[in-house]
Design a protein around this ligand. Sequence first.
Ligand code: ADP
Length: 798
Amino acid sequence: MKPTKVIRTVPIVAIRGSVVFPHTDTILSFGRPKSVAAVNAAFSEDRIIAIFSQRDPNVVDPAIEDLSEFGTIAVISQMMSSETEIHAVVKGQARIKLGEGLAHEPYLIGKVAEVAEEEFEGAGIEALSKQLVELFRKAVNLGKGVEITTVMRIVSGGIDPIELVDSVANLLDIKTNEKQELLEEVSVEKRLKKVIEYLTHEVNVLDLERTISMKTQKKLENQMRKAMLLEKKRAIEEELDDDTGAAAGNEIDEYSSKIKKAKMPKEVHEKAVKELKRLQQLPPSNPEGAYIRNYLDWLVDMPWSISSEGAVSIKHAEKILEEDHYAIDKAKQRILEFLAVMKLKKKSKESQPTILCFIGPPGVGKTSIGKSIARALGREFVRVSLGGIRDEAEIRGHRRTYVGALPGRIIQGIKNAGTKNPVFMLDEIDKVGSDFRGDPASALLEALDPEQNKEFSDHYLEVPFDLSQVMFIATGNVLENIPHALRDRMEVIRFPGYTEQEKFHIAEKFLWPKQMKMHGISGKKIKISDEALKDVIEGYTREAGVRSLERNLANVCRKVARIIAEGKKYPHLLKVSNIQKFLGVQRFSSLIAEKKDEVGMATGLSVTAVGGEILFIEVSLMPGKGHLILTGQLGSVMKESAKAAFTWTRSHWKELGLKEDFGSTTDVHIHVPEGAVPKDGPSAGVSISTALISALTGIPVKRKVGMTGEITLRGRVLEIGGVKEKVIAGHRAGLKIIILPKDNKKDVEDVPNEVKKEIKFVFASELEDVLKVAMKGWPPATTQPKRNRPSAAFIATA
Ligand code: ADP
């Protein structure tokens, strides 16, 4: 179809800010006089009017030249006028092009030529039209504001492409100049494509707006939800606060009365009241509250003014100590003396005497004597172990700022005792260490020192506690391991360990009845024969104390209890055979009995943390260069003893019948067996020398001789400690002769009689005195090598 050009003369109206498309209905408002005149004129004639948009919207009275080239010819279907303007509904008919202008007054008149649409055919237009309809549908679905009738008309499908594209173009949300461009586009296909392009953009924007608004909606909803929940929570809390407020009130009252009851010193009372006030002011949900409560609990539970009132009667105390313990008379006497002094000092209101310290191996009754003292004094008994403590805070507490802070062990012990004057046992005081976390020993000193402990300060408690009424008893295995400053403050009482005889009595009188009672068989009157008891002591235990003995007796009681519980026949008198059935094969036999008189081996005596022990010192020789090899976990003092002994033999080569240069051609290996137990101390000097000389001379050492004593380079034998423990251990092991330094003669008095009866003591001031007794044949023959000497190479020929 060829475009036809119809030229007409029509009234022309100029519009600003919009474009009228053919095939659309538009409502226009006119206010300018020329526009009003033109519309009136057209309406009164054939209602046809040409509408052009101004090129420049700012021109108030546009001439023909001010108008766009393309416009729309329209029919005015309705009109309504008011005082200042008229409103008209115009139906766009066709595109027109502006021709020559004919009049400017009273309104614009000109010639216009209708623009024929470009020919179009084919599937391309149809497809584009469909695409446009779909896009339009989508836009409407996404919320594009279009009247429903228009929507129906466009999406119904019965509308031709030209009408479709103009209708949609009219509804596009684009600028006026872009609309004008669409009006001027005469190719339908191009116009369709452009409109699709604009509409696609619009759909995208709408889509985005929609997701954004959905998101914001969600966000808003969430915020609303949160706000509502918070509001609810607040309301619930308010309700609850009313209740907990009441509960808190009760709690405060409770603490108040507890504080009153605790009868604290003034300063402590003030502190407690202050803390309580702080608690009262805290909102119930504040976690600080828990800390304050914990602290207040400690304050009110401390025995600020509770003490057990027991008069010290020495007679009564003596009776109790005797009742509970066999033997250890020396310890008992010292304790009674101590209590007597304490009584007198109390009368004269002087500070308490120094602290007692029980030293001895495990199981010798240190703890149980402590308990008896408490019983005798009518006081509470508490026991705190200090073993392995390295941190000062363990003694003095952690500051309250630490999470999980607690008072130190002293204050904890006092709280457990429930009184301010208990008998307080500090176990394992010899195992207190110190490192970067402070020195626990100095904190202990403050606690134990009667001058200072009236106001003992614990980091957690913050207020001082009066420890001056506490009777401290420290216990330990080895005195030397206790820090000096502490040792000075204490009165040491030694528990040397028991003889087999003492153990027998303790077991018979105390341990057996006690274990029977604990196992519920005391009513059965079961007896243990003397032989059986001795068998338990000698065959199943090797110790200074009676701990293992007590364990073994407990084991026997368990076995008997089972037989009784099973309803079987049980023995009324336990014999050795019963014991061996219950306890299995004997674990120990006499150490010495096994041994022979040997060359290069001597028996020494020592004291360790578990009491007195015997040591076997072995020496072996090899050709070499005079090296001294020491094994068996020997401490530095023991090594020095070995060196001194070696030097002595070298300087006495002649008397010993050795070659002069034996020291530089022989290597000496000294070994002290009994596993990984570290050994130290000077008292092995004589036994090392004896073993060495025996090895060098080839003369055997008598197996039933034990010895102890320090040795000097000149062969003098010096005094040592722990005689009683050593002698008892030697006796237990089956020795018959014990060589002691002469200066230790006085200590033999302490040795129990039954041991003294069975042991021959020899007192030595020179090494020679030792060798005379210990060696099987002394002095050595220096001229003729004996047959049984191990190696003639070491014997002097001169
Ligand atoms: P320690 O504190 O020295 O390690 P304990 O006091 O725990 O030893 O004693 C271990 C066991 O031996 C306890 O049952 C104790 O009653 C008992 N015991 C120790 N020595 C005697 C004694 N001389 N008389 C009676 N029983 C004793």
